[in-house]
Design a protein around this ligand. Structure first.
Ligand code: 6PG
Length: 269
């Protein structure tokens, strides 16, 4: 695993950088393989990126017909719900792209007999979908490009601190009850995140600065070469993908990172 860091001046510059990175990575993958499997992040940060990719100048740079889209996590709500990550990505980007339905694999939504969200069934169903899509996978699927965000509590995807989901080492997808949100979610598990050929963590805004300083600049929890991961590590500090890990930040999110800390991470243009 190589770790790379870019700090862009503001959210708009970060979005441009991330969109260029998306194009570059897709072209790189499609030179070697027929299909590029991309896992998408939810939440608000990536919305600007998805919208930018749907703009004509970027849209025309990608062979969308050879991309397969998946979701790193999902809220347990119907796909048309305004909290749905699938709805967010569909409206920001997917509806503007020349795709056919079997290119997009949203996390399914199920309810139990009482009409409540059934996260466990959704997680199991998504694992069946992933096993069909990654039929050659021996242990876990390897996404060519995985986009992730980071919460101000150090969660990523829906792997929240203190939840059993963080420790899941067998399943590809798991249900998660998030106490502080009083809601169920479904998330890809850490083994899947760490099996990716490339992970890009997109972090923007001053609200993330304190957590990012802890995650990237606390020596014993360095992302480089940390073999013994103390159990108290935040979920996102357990991210050690097989491939490359890119931290794509804006200046506001990086404002608490010392110069030494920034220097310890590989810098990209
Ligand atoms: C979600 C995301 C989640 C997100 C972080 C950051 O479903 O909300 O998958 O992991 O990446 O919570 O969210 P923001 O980008 O909204 O700050």
């Amino acid at each position: 695993m190589s770790v790379y860091l870019t700090i862009q001046q503001d959210a708009a510059a970060l979005c441009e950088y991330a969109a260029r990175h998306w194009v570059r990575r897709c072209r790189e993958v499609l030179q070697q393989r027929s299909v590029c499997h991309i896992a998408l992040a939810g939440g608000s940060t990536p919305n600007m990126l998805y919208r930018r990719l749907a703009d004509a100048d970027f849209r025309d740079q990608v062979d969308w017909s050879r991309l397969q889209f998946y979701f790193g996590d999902e809220r347990c709500v119907p796909h048309e719900h305004n909290e749905s990550n699938f709805r967010m990505v569909r409206e920001a980007m997917l509806d503007s792209l020349p795709l056919v339905p079997n290119q997009v694999h949203p996390l399914p939504y199920f309810t139990n007999a009482a009409g409540a969200a059934d996260a466990a069934t959704a997680a199991a169903a998504y694992q069946v979908i992933l096993k069909r899509q990654f039929s050659a996978a021996t242990d876990f699927p390897s996404f060519d490009l995985m986009w992730l965000g980071m919460g101000d509590d150090g969660h990523t995807a829906s792997l929240f601190p203190g939840t059993s989901a963080v420790a899941e080492q067998r399943r590809w997808c798991t249900e998660v009850y998030v106490e502080r949100l009083h809601s169920w979610r479904v998330s890809l598990t850490l083994p899947v995140l760490n099996k990716a050929h490339e992970v890009c963590v997109l972090v923007s805004g001053a609200a993330k600065a304190r957590c990012l300083e802890q995650v990237l600049c606390t020596p014993q929890q360095s992302n480089k070469g940390a073999d013994l991961l103390p159990i108290h590590l935040l979920p996102i500090q357990r991210l050690h993908p097989a491939g490359d890990l890119y931290w794509l930040l804006d200046a506001a999110a990086a404002e608490r990172m010392s110069a030494d800390c920034r220097a310890t991470l590989e810098r990209v243009a």
